[in-house]
Write a protein that binds this ligand. Sequence first.
Ligand SMILES: Cc1cc2nc3c(=O)[nH]c(=O)nc-3n(C[C@H](O)[C@H](O)[C@H](O)COP(=O)(O)OP(=O)(O)OC[C@H]3O[C@@H](n4cnc5c(N)ncnc54)[C@H](O)[C@@H]3O)c2cc1C
Length: 234
Amino acid sequence: MDNPLACKVLSIQQLSPTVRQFRISYAWSDQFIPGQFVMLDLPIEAKFTTRSYSIASAPNSEGWIELCIVQKPGGPGTAFLFSQVTEGTLLQVSEPQGKFVLTDTDSPICFIATGTGVAPFRAMIQENLKKNGALDTPITLVFGNRFAHDILYHEEWENLAATDPNFTFIPVLSRDENWEGPRGYVHEHYLPIAEANNTYHFYLCGWTNMVREAKNKLKSLGFSRKQLKFELYD
Ligand SMILES: Cc1cc2nc3c(=O)[nH]c(=O)nc-3n(C[C@H](O)[C@H](O)[C@H](O)COP(=O)(O)OP(=O)(O)OC[C@H]3O[C@@H](n4cnc5c(N)ncnc54)[C@H](O)[C@@H]3O)c2cc1C
């Protein structure tokens, strides 16, 4: 990794049973485009020591970014982050990377995420709110998880949906017996949106299976490459 910055962990917050948010100092905190990620070069025994994480907060002049990271069973990178890293730890962090950014904000937008795949969308939504006070384009977030306690930033999304008419939140749970909201997998919940309006731009983020399936389904409905952007986490 070229010229990494040594960045201090400022705070760590448990967001769900398996996900932690790391707020870290970052000199380029106002010099990235929402949707981009950083790479951490970790002191781990592995062939490849870098791991990528989407920035989950909007650019700011306060000198920090937030990452939300799920612990992967048996994964050396997250084992290190969850067992060795505390407030004050210095991490080696790359400059902002990636092209998963908003390109056409004149069209309605549908974000589709599972788990920590919601991170880049939080940065994009926060940035839009910061610039305009309220969302300047209709945004739907279709967010898939297993259980209610896995819904990252749940309150933030609910509050925004209650106050901003441009924001629609569709939390979909696959395994929660007590859930009275949308159930199953994300696909059955964004398809009606896609079928009703072919001007949508879809942004997909998370693990390969969900993203590939969604991309194929939307392509077969006639959505063009320009209308489909995706970021794979594995
Ligand atoms: C663009 C991007 C953004 C991401 N954002 C997030 C996020 O916001 N939150 C989150 O929880 N996770 C995110 N991930 C996943 C994250 O980078 C790690 O894969 C995850 O934390 C698991 O790491 P691990 O070491 O615990 O597990 P492991 O399964 O051991 O690590 C898998 C990772 O190791 C590296 N690796 C292993 N073998 C090779 C190889 N042959 N060649 C190159 N690299 C290799 C790769 O980075 C691979 O993804 C993102 C991934 C990408 C690509």
